[in-house]
Design a protein around this ligand. Structure first.
Ligand SMILES: *Cc1c(COP(=O)(O)O)cnc(C)c1O
Ligand SMILES: [Zn+2]
Length: 425
């Protein structure tokens, strides 16, 4: 992406050999102009035919046109719901809010959209072992897709603060799991080095084929809105893979004329893991990794590998960056959960950040907003129970739903149920 050097699609490479920069999958615009149109993508809606039944591969021409269909490793992923919710819209201060629930993917997070691209590429390359460092969801996804494709999955975890649901998935799906006494950022360095040495394919989001898959979230949202462009896309930012992929996808949709303007992007970070936010505040003149701490473990990342691509996305979309506290994250999550939608802590940055941006006048009440919910409520069950029982250090739950204890008598139950409970928000 920096110096413009090109490499063939079947070369095993994660960074530019000339300048060390990040790699982009480069599409042939002429080919896309000739083959891609709204009718083609609409016609595939609801099909049972693989891989076009996937919400990633429905857009195959824009994702990975050359790969033979029988090589594609798909569960299938995507086709996630877009919820319009009036209560959460009102709480955030906008008229129209849609939530795109990426927790509805096969393993419960958007990572599946990237993993289908990455594991397919491992097959193209003929590599039998795939690995990643992860805060959790990438591991769960890699483990599942590797198993599905008959490859060995290898996952590096930090040895503390992993949400149990994610660890359980990786182990259940049969990945080789290694807990390393290091944070995510150090684990990523280790994975890259060991993979190099042992000929293992790295599937962290430095892998550009993953970002191609994640790009499909934007295409699918806009297709679900009947090809109308919302004013804002709000997304949590951790390693900034999504932020990077969204900008690229939107730019490509615009280039081939499927949309006539770009939405603005708002990236929301936890204030304890906010290197992009700090850099944004300096007008991108400065960038410094931070030591990350947040209850939202999926975005507990101090040195996002896709920083440069995310900045590019922000420039393309006239985007903004906001930060939110753990308190704001957990309260927003409780509200999303309370609607019957549910999400994991990191996902709730979307709603908390949106409210802040409306209050500061950056997002206007009349503007149409799509918020991305990145992961499923069951990924981090501990966070749910701890919040509602007031066990989260430093957090005072605003919307606690206390679990009742009762003797096995009608009198005791009547004392609890005789008065209907108030509904928050
Ligand atoms: C990976 C992940 C994120 C962070 O996404 P990036 O693309 O790394 O910024 C946010 N939420 C959830 C649930 C995730 O799994
Ligand atoms: Zn280069």
């Amino acid at each position: 992406m920096d110096c413009g050097e090109q490499y063939p699609v079947d070369k095993i490479i994660y960074a530019c050999e000339k300048c060390g920069g990040l790699l982009d999958v480069q599409h042939d615009t002429d080919y896309l102009n000739k083959t891609v149109n709204k009718a083609l993508f609409d016609q595939r809606l609801g099909t049972f035919e693989a891989p076009y039944n996937s919400g990633v591969w429905r857009y195959k021409e824009m994702i990975y046109p050359d790969v033979p269909n029988d090589i594609v490793v798909s569960r299938p992923e995507g086709n996630t719901n877009l919820y319009r919710n009036a209560k959460l819209a009102a709480w955030a201060g906008v008229e129209t809010l849609y939530l795109k629930h990426e927790g509805e993917n096969p393993t419960g997070s958007f990572k599946d959209r990237g993993m289908t691209g990455g594991v397919t590429q491992a097959r193209v390359l003929g590599i039998e072992r795939v690995a990643c460092a992860s805060t959790g969801n990438t591991s769960a996804s890699l483990a599942a897709y590797a198993a599905w494709a008959g490859l060995e999955g290898i996952v590096f975890f930090q040895n503390k603060q992993i949400a149990l649901g994610k660890l359980a998935q990786a182990i259940a799906y049969g990945a080789t799991g290694i807990q390393v006494d290091a944070d995510f950022d150090r684990n990523l360095e280790l994975v890259r080095e060991i993979a190099d040495r042992l000929g293992i394919y790295v599937l962290n989001s430095i892998n550009p084929f993953r970002l191609e898959g994640q790009k499909s979230i934007m295409i699918e949202v806009i297709q679900q809105l009947r090809w109308q462009v919302p004013d804002w896309i709000v997304v949590p930012g951790g390693n900034l893979g999504n932020s990077s992929a969204f900008g690229k996808g939107l730019h490509e949709l615009y280039d081939i004329g499927l949309i006539d303007r770009l939405p603005r992007m708002a990236i929301i970070q936890a204030d304890g893991a906010n290197p992009l936010y700090r850099s944004y505040k300096s007008g991108f003149r400065e960038y410094e990794p931070v030591h990350a701490e947040t209850v939202a473990t999926a975005i507990k990342i101090g040195n996002p590998v896709n920083y440069k691509k995310a900045v590019r996305s922000l420039k393309w979309t006239d985007g903004v960056v906001e930060e939110v506290s753990d308190q704001e994250i957990m309260d927003a999550k409780a509200l999303i959960d309370r609607q019957g939608i549910g999400c994991e802590p990191a996902s709730a940055c979307t709603l908390a950040g949106l409210q802040k941006l409306v209050r500061s006048g950056i997002i206007k009440p009349r503007e149409t907003v799509v918020g991305i919910l990145t992961g499923h409520v069951l990924k981090d069950a501990d966070a749910v129970i701890d919040y509602h029982s007031n066990q989260l250090e430093g957090i005072h739950p605003q919307y606690a739903n206390k679990l009742h204890q009762s003797e096995a008598t009608i009198e005791a139950l009547s004392a609890i149920l005789g008065v209907p409970e108030a509904t928050p928000a």
